[in-house]
Ligand binder design. Structure first.
Ligand code: DOR
Ligand code: ZN
Length: 365
């Protein structure tokens, strides 16, 4: 395999840009420059901000801040701990889905398990009404962070109420087996995996220390092999870009999360060069499926030019993310993003960002 490759603009449906509230970790400008440097032209931002995105007012404030700063296209999710179901109809046209945290992670933003069922019903109602009016059958997904037993609970509810559910960052054989079974039983379930679960294992934890701490945690080579072997059941690759500062990571209690926007594509292209997956898989996992699942409109003039022959070493100092570190620092990868275009306009070239803050669009489904 040689030469240049043109890919459609990639879509990362799972990032945490931390703006507003924790802009010392990342902000809408630095986060979206990192996206472009990694070949991502559209990203969907999670709601676990310092003040979580749980009302129309807070969502509108976030959108207003983002508008001024973004250099790629950005869409949003709404959040809930089960006490804001009345807000759903007000925000339904502004977001790509509802994110629920059922397992512990950064920010203690856990949903009350007793209200889970009600939340599933309320979201479905709000999501389906506008689509009936538009004569479309598009229902917005509920995204879940649900590990082990909590995944059981989610699958049961998804079957009971027929919700469209996306399970974030699957990391174990057990969880993926449950999802494969649910898919075969015809539930409307999709799932994603992160690059860190595909390219790192628990054997890296000692070397990485706090920089290898995330949720779900790194796991065994056996689990990782199962993910690779069953790639056809995985719908999307999601970076779970979760920047924290080096100081915070070295602190007494390191927060969970690793950045990933700039390393996902080079890692995947390296795997392509090793014949562990095909370019078509990359396009399916990072463009076609995320567009389909979340209802993202694509544009043929939005594209990424990659040099497949260009090898480089991932260095913290060359990263665009504000946190300036990566769990993949020192990895030799093959496949460099050379240029990125959004709607025909050049937004990234030779490690520079010609796009001005505010060039990116806030997208809605
Ligand atoms: O490691 C993680 N960090 N996992 C998550 O699900 C959330 C994220 C964060 O927000 O830092
Ligand atoms: Zn996340």
């Amino acid at each position: 395999m040689t030469g240049k490759l043109i890919l459609p603009g990639l879509i990362d449906p799972h990032v945490h840009l931390r703006d507003p509230g924790q802009t010392h970790k990342e902000d809408f400008y630095t986060g979206t420059t990192a996206a472009l440097a990694g070949g991502f032209t559209t990203i969907l931002d999670m709601p676990n901000n310092k003040v979580p995105i749980t009302t129309l007012k807070i969502l509108n404030e976030k959108i207003k801040i983002a508008k001024e700063k973004i250099v790629c296209d950005v869409g949003f999710y709404f959040g809930s701990v089960g006490d804001n179901l009345k807000e759903f109809p007000k925000i339904i046209n502004k977001v790509f889905g509802l994110k629920l945290y059922l397992s512990k992670t950064t920010g203690n933003f856990l949903i009350d398990k007793n209200i889970l069922e009600e939340t599933f019903i309320a979201w479905k109602k709000s999501s389906i009404l506008p689509s009936i009016r538009l004569f479309s059958d598009f229902e917005k997904p509920i995204l879940v962070h649900a590990e082990d037993d909590m995944l059981d609970a989610v699958i049961t509810l998804a079957k009971k109420f027929g919700n469209k559910v996306h399970v974030c960052h699957i990391s174990t054989a057990l969880d993926l087996k449950q999802i494969i079974k649910a898919k075969e039983e015809d539930s409307r379930i999709t799932c994603g995996v992160t690059p860190h679960h595909l390219f790192l294992t628990e054997n890296d934890v000692k070397r990485l220390g706090p920089f290898g701490k995330m949720k779900p945690q790194l796991t065994s080579k056996k689990n990782q092999d199962f993910l690779w072997k069953n790639l056809k059941y995985i719908d999307v690759i999601e970076s779970d870009h979760a920047p924290h500062t080096i100081e915070e990571k070295r602190g007494e209690i390191a927060p969970f999360g690793v950045p990933g926007l700039e390393t996902t594509l080079p890692l995947l292209l390296t795997a392509v060069s090793e014949k562990r997956l095909a370019i078509e898989d990359v396009v399916r996992l990072c463009h076609i499926n995320p567009a389909k699942i979340f209802g993202i409109k694509t544009n043929y003039r939005t594209k990424v030019v990659v040099d497949l022959n260009s090898s480089f070493i991932i260095h913290n100092s060359s990263l665009f993310t504000k946190c300036k570190w990566s769990p993949f620092e020192g990895f030799k990868v093959k496949g460099k993003v050379q240029r990125v275009f959004i709607r025909g306009k050049k937004v990234f070239e030779n490690n520079k960002i010609p796009a001005k803050p505010g060039f990116g669009k806030i997208i809605t489904p």
